[in-house]
Design a protein around this ligand. Structure first.
Ligand SMILES: [Zn+2]
Length: 161
């Protein structure tokens, strides 16, 4: 599932990218344009706008009801729009929304702080903005958040008897 989120949902955009979801951030105010982009790229619209309604059968719109940005991702997880797949976590640039390339450690030398270079084994780089990522570069809070999401979704699974 690919998403396009409207301007109200900036934090959610970053978090979805951290989970590996292809998510475009639409900062404009033109809802016609938003729907058009979603159609062109086969994306599901994420919005807080109650007036935004599907105009054609293929338009898919998810309305985020939670207004606290810190709780919006967990809303999507609990409603099963988003699932947590470890193999895709942290595979995407948070700024550019494109998949990162794995790079050898030597290529990070001189770019990341020395202590990071010695602590870390795995580095990846965004082919577009050249930003370098490593385990822990932006991930600590997110790891904690993912753990919480896991626990909260588990407790919501109904018992099958
Ligand atoms: Zn990038």
């Amino acid at each position: 599932m690919k998403f396009i989120a409207d301007r109200m949902l900036g934090k959610l955009v970053k978090e979805l990218r951290m989970l590996g979801y292809d998510t475009v951030y639409y900062r404009g105010e033109n809802t016609y344009q938003l729907i058009k982009l979603a159609r062109e790229e086969g994306r599901v619209i994420l919005t807080r706008n109650t007036k935004l309604l599907p105009k054609r059968p293929e338009d898919r719109i998810i309305r985020v009801t939670e207004d606290k940005p810190s709780l919006q991702l967990s809303e999507l997880v609990q409603k099963r729009y988003v699932s947590l797949k470890e193999e895709t976590f942290f595979s995407r640039c948070l700024l550019c929304n494109i998949l990162l390339d794995t790079i050898p450690r030597e290529e990070a030398e001189g770019i990341v702080p020395d202590f990071i270079l010695y602590q870390q084994k795995h580095f990846s780089r965004c082919p577009q903005c050249s930003r370098i990522y490593w385990q822990g570069s932006h991930q600590d809070n997110m790891q904690k958040k993912i753990e919480k999401l896991r626990i909260s979704t588990k407790s919501q699974v109904p018992n099958h008897k």
